[in-house]
Write a protein that binds this ligand. Structure first.
Ligand code: ADP
Ligand code: MG
Length: 240
């Protein structure tokens, strides 16, 4: 059984079909990539899967066999499905450690206080935000560090699956390389990853399966090398 399974999922904003009849399956343990031009519905797809801030209009979303479409976001998160956002989000007035603690206190494992503190510290160390950063206000961090903090906060929840929305956006080349490495290490912890990226090369080096969205619909799906050589994919990226 797939860990995540979407069947005919749609979401419209007025007359705009942002996500239009999308179906796919993600197997436990894999990194599954989602690509697509700007405005193709990638972030909206994450929103409807996680219920943050809204679910789908139509279709079913199954996580580990349970239908979760229409559930509130916090309930889906407690089931073990965590996400990051395209724009770095953190509570800037809180410290780095307090941000990560919000993840571990809230997460799937509903950990007691001491365990939550330990999970927060471990996740921060894991992403490279060592103890010297714990007391810093999150607002002081660089863009890359804020992305790492957002990832650590999600990891501290001890999710089974993590949805990452454009983790490489606005990063430098060396930072992109670090973030590829970090995503590999996150998957190696046993966390299944659904990864959105606009940059195809980023997805090519990480994903076992690749789905390309265009205008809310699935343009291509399969083994990454086959998908990027698909004429329709080439056209969606280079044409128009
Ligand atoms: P992507 O992440 O692939 O760039 P999005 O999912 O953000 O694309 O957007 C898909 C389409 O839906 C775009 O045309 C966007 O303008 C529109 N859209 C996204 N969110 C909303 C919203 N909350 N209200 C109205 N339109 C939206
Ligand atoms: Mg987006």
């Amino acid at each position: 059984m797939a860990l995540l399974e979407l069947d005919g999922v749609s979401k419209a904003f007025g007359s705009l079909k942002a996500v239009d009849g999308v179906s796919f399956k993600v197997e436990a343990g894999e990194i599954f990539g989602i690509a697509g031009p700007n405005g193709s519905g990638k972030s909206t797809l994450f929103n409807v899967i996680t219920g943050i801030p809204f679910g789908p209009d139509r279709g079913t979303v199954r996580f580990d066999g349970t239908e979760i479409q229409g559930w509130r976001g916090h309930r889906i998160a407690r089931l073990g499905l965590a996400r990051t956002f395209q724009r770095e989000t953190s509570f800037d007035g809180l410290t780095v450690f307090e941000n990560a603690l919000m993840g571990s206190s809230f997460g799937a494992a509903s950990q007691p206080a001491a365990a939550a503190r330990e999970a927060a510290a471990e996740a921060l160390e894991f992403v490279g935000l060592g103890a010297e950063n714990f007391g810093r206000p999150a607002g002081e961090l660089s863009v890359f560090q804020r992305k790492c903090l957002m990832l650590a906060t999600a990891i501290a929840m001890k999710p089974r699956m993590l949805l990452l929305d454009e983790p490489a956006s606005s990063l430098t080349k060396p930072e992109i390389d670090s973030s590829i490495e970090l995503i590999r290490r996150t998957a190696a912890r046993g966390i299944t990853i659904l990864l959105i990226e606009h940059v195809l090369t980023f997805l090519m080096s990480l994903s076992q399966h690749l789905l390309v969205l265009n205008q809310g619909t699935v343009l291509a799906l399969g083994e990454p090398r086959a998908v990027i050589s698909d004429a329709r994919v080439v056209e969606a990226y280079l044409g128009t």
